[in-house]
Design a protein around this ligand. Structure first.
Ligand code: SF4
Length: 245
């Protein structure tokens, strides 16, 4: 069982990535290639800082009185599921302490027995659907959406709570037809508590430039209130919808 993790960064008082106050661990490493990635420095799985399970667990325990009973621990990234062995280890300890566990993921992973085990230990998933259209998904993040949609269906079948996230990128993820398809897909899932729209912004551009890379979405404008309103209208306000900035 993995005793160390590669960690990109830590936020000890997060308030938007799951319910209540969250201790958030941003894991290093991601195999997707989102053109709008705001954490381009998190892709390299050999980067970040190596932290031991004891170091992380003890830090979390120091914050227990602040994050419990309404908050908990959220693992984000990068893509947290790449370090599933470490997370099984960590979440096993957290569950013994009755700490709420949440994973913020694209769900772009094959569901093997270890992933199933991790899913069992996770109270809530923030599932970032990259694109409901498979071809557009491939263009935007480098792979089709098959795995993430399967992941969503699996969570639904297993009764796992999820909040569906959609980054609203003007001209790329906010076409009416696509949002309608997304709505239909989400309607068929049984365990969605909330929809969260994340307005696209270009604040992560400097990270690409710092690495000597071009930011392809340089000329894509940030999403504004009207973009978000249009997306909300397509969902008819029938859902518990929030906007996450
Ligand atoms: S999944 Fe997240 S970390 Fe990975 S490329 Fe996309 S935006 Fe970046």
């Amino acid at each position: 069982m993995e005793k160390c993790a590669r960690v990109h960064s830590i936020e000890s008082f997060g308030t938007v990535d799951g319910p209540g106050i969250r201790y958030i661990l941003f894991m290093q490493g991601c195999e997707l290639k989102c053109k709008y990635c705001h954490n381009r420095d998190s892709w390299d799985i050999t980067g970040g800082q190596v932290k031991s399970i004891d170091e992380i667990f003890n830090k979390i325990l120091n914050y227990k009185e602040y994050i419990c009973p309404n908050g908990g621990v959220t693992i984000s990234g990068g893509e947290p599921l790449l370090q599933y062995e470490f997370l099984i280890n960590l979440f096993t300890k957290l569950k013994k302490e009755k700490i709420h566990t949440c994973i913020d993921t694209s769900g772009m992973i094959s569901i093997n027995n270890e992933i199933k085990k991790l899913i069992e230990l996770t109270d809530l998933f923030l599932l970032d659907i990259k694109h409901i259209d498979s071809e557009k998904c491939k263009y935007l993040v480098g792979v089709s959406n098959e795995k993430e949609l399967n992941f969503a269906r699996y969570l639904s079948d297993k009764g796992k709570k999820m909040w569906i996230r959609q980054v609203i990128v003007p001209g790329y993820t906010d076409e009416k037809e696509d949002l309608r398809k997304l709505k239909k897909f989400v309607s068929d899932l049984k365990t969605v508590d909330k929809i969260e729209f994340l307005p696209y912004h270009s604040m992560g551009k400097y990270k690409w430039n710092n690495l000597g890379l071009d930011y392809e979405f340089e000329y894509v404008r940030d999403a504004d209130d009207d973009d978000i309103k249009r997306a909300q209208e397509i969902f008819n306000y029938n859902w518990n919808i929030e906007v996450v900035y």
